[in-house]
Design a protein around this ligand. Structure first.
Ligand code: GDP
Length: 281
């Protein structure tokens, strides 16, 4: 982090704006709070990426939240390309006053530069490739793979600095770690898979019960008991799902660990539906 911080501090004066790429499903958990301090004073564009995987209502709420705080907001599905075509226009709108001032001074051809920041795996490389119209997708499906510092031309008069862009998320409370693990942004080893699965079923059971019912063909979810904590209730949900799938071990017990692995895989592959895992409070 120290190295990245230093690079950001060095480069920040060469850019006109900062573009923060967030995961639309977990906009707070996927955000490094140090960005505020590191980029102080620069106009900011928030890209809510992975909107194809997020609950559209949640995305609307987050877009309004960030706009109300003075950010320009772009909703994007970097993989499919939706929204990425509006990037240049969003930057020009964000910097309208500055561009007008340049024009008044006769500096019409002046290049606008934008720094891209985001935690690993949020979709930075994919987003940059799409907005730059690059054909060779230089991405790999593993965290942290973004290449050395470079300016990427977007269109006339607009360039991106695609690194230093890699910030690490901040594990300020347990829910941040859980959200990053659910989405696969960090490895599963913060918790055992079964406990992670319990937390996820508890969240989905609370917010999106219909999605669990239809994915695991449950006519109704086991009811949550008063005072029952997330892990205990989530465990019963995993059991119910696992039983329906026939994941039994000796003695008729459900193989909840296997069910948890499958649930996480299906969640990450989008097979359970589109979810937003945290909402503006
Ligand atoms: P980086 O580490 O931030 O540069 O992330 P990448 O650009 O390498 O993306 C990580 C993985 O997420 C790749 O498999 C991408 O195809 C995928 N991805 C990126 N953006 C999106 C998106 O908006 N929607 C979906 N479904 N997948 C995405």
């Amino acid at each position: 982090m120290t190295k990245t911080r230093r690079m950001i501090a060095e480069q920040i004066r060469h850019v006109d704006a900062v573009c923060e790429i967030l995961d639309a499903r977990i906009p707070v958990s996927s955000r490094n709070p140090d960005v505020d301090e590191l980029t102080a004073g620069k106009p900011r564009l928030v890209v809510l990426n992975r909107v194809d995987q997020a609950d559209p209502e949640g995305t609307r709420a987050w877009a309004a939240y960030f706009r109300a705080r003075g950010y320009a907001v772009l909703e994007s599905d970097a993989k499919g390309g939706a929204g990425t075509g509006k990037f240049a226009a969003a930057v020009r709108e964000l910097l309208a006053d500055k561009l007008r001032a340049y024009a008044e001074k006769g500096q019409v051809g002046r290049v606008v530069r934008v720094m891209i920041l985001g935690i690993p795996n949020v979709g930075k490389s994919t987003f940059i490739n799409k907005v730059a119209g690059r054909k060779t997708a230089k991405t790999e499906d593993r965290p942290g793979v973004t290449r050395s510092k470079q300016w990427v031309p977007i269109d006339r008069g607009l360039e991106l600095l695609d690194t230093p862009g890699i910030l690490w998320p901040k594990f300020e409370d347990q829910s941040v770690g859980l959200n990053l693990a659910f989405t696969g942004a960090v490895k599963d080893d913060i918790l055992d898979v079964e406990t992670l699965g319990c937390h996820l079923t508890a969240y989905l059971g609370e917010r999106y019960p219909g999605a669990l019912e239809s994915a695991y063909k449950l006519s109704a979810l086991p009811e949550r008991e008063a005072e029952e904590n997330d892990v205990a209730w989530g465990y019963r949900l995993l059991e119910a799902a696992g039983r329906r799938r026939g994941f039994l071990i000796s003695g008729g017990e459900v193989d909840t660990e296997r069910m948890a692995k499958i649930l996480l895989d299906e969640f990450r592959a989008g097979k359970l539906g589109r979810f937003t895992l945290e909402l503006p409070s």
